[in-house]
Design a protein around this ligand. Structure first.
Ligand code: THU
Length: 151
């Protein structure tokens, strides 16, 4: 049996993950939660670096965790949330949609999985969400399926 406190929604898992971001430079905390076809969840948060361009997005951190936990080919749904993390609470009005590079990496998992993965984007407050398929976020994207004609 599960209830809301033991089985928080995927958006809540992403919001929780954002609280563990390392984002001292942008002060913008992003969390990502990835659910497998079997209901397992892997999470990640953005991790910045004093050499700014070396920062890692939350989605990449979560995809890495998902690959280790259950494999990219089993990814079913992804939730992303971001905003300001202060006093242990994530807040923010604007819905956070993944950057272009992260969309490309989600597409890689989606094509491996043979599934048009659902991406749930939410604001920091967790009060607004939008749901897209990765094919809508990166239409005509280049992925592993495009390499079938390689030599
Ligand atoms: N960020 C993510 O983690 N995911 C995205 O899709 C967009 C941006 C992070 C990178 C950086 O640490 C901070 O948000 C501000 O750009």
């Amino acid at each position: 049996m599960s209830d809301a406190s033991s089985n928080p929604s995927l958006v809540e898992r992403a919001r929780e993950a954002a609280l563990r971001a390392y984002a001292p430079y942008s002060r913008f905390s992003v969390g990502c939660a990835i659910e497998s076809v079997d209901g397992e969840v892997a999470v990640g948060a953005n991790m910045e670096n004093a050499c700014y361009r070396l920062g890692v997005c939350a989605e990449i951190a979560a995809l890495t965790a998902a690959q280790a936990a259950f494999g990219l080919d089993r990814v079913a749904r992804i939730a992303v949330s971001g905003g300001s993390a202060e006093h242990g609470i994530l807040s923010g009005e604007s819905v956070v949609t993944s950057c272009g590079g992260c969309r490309q990496s989600i597409l890689e998992a989606a094509q491996l999985a043979g599934r048009d993965v659902e991406v749930i984007s939410s604001n920091g407050n967790g009060t607004q969400t939008r749901v897209d398929r990765i094919s809508e976020l990166i239409p005509h994207g280049f992925g592993p399926a495009n390499l079938k004609d390689s030599g």
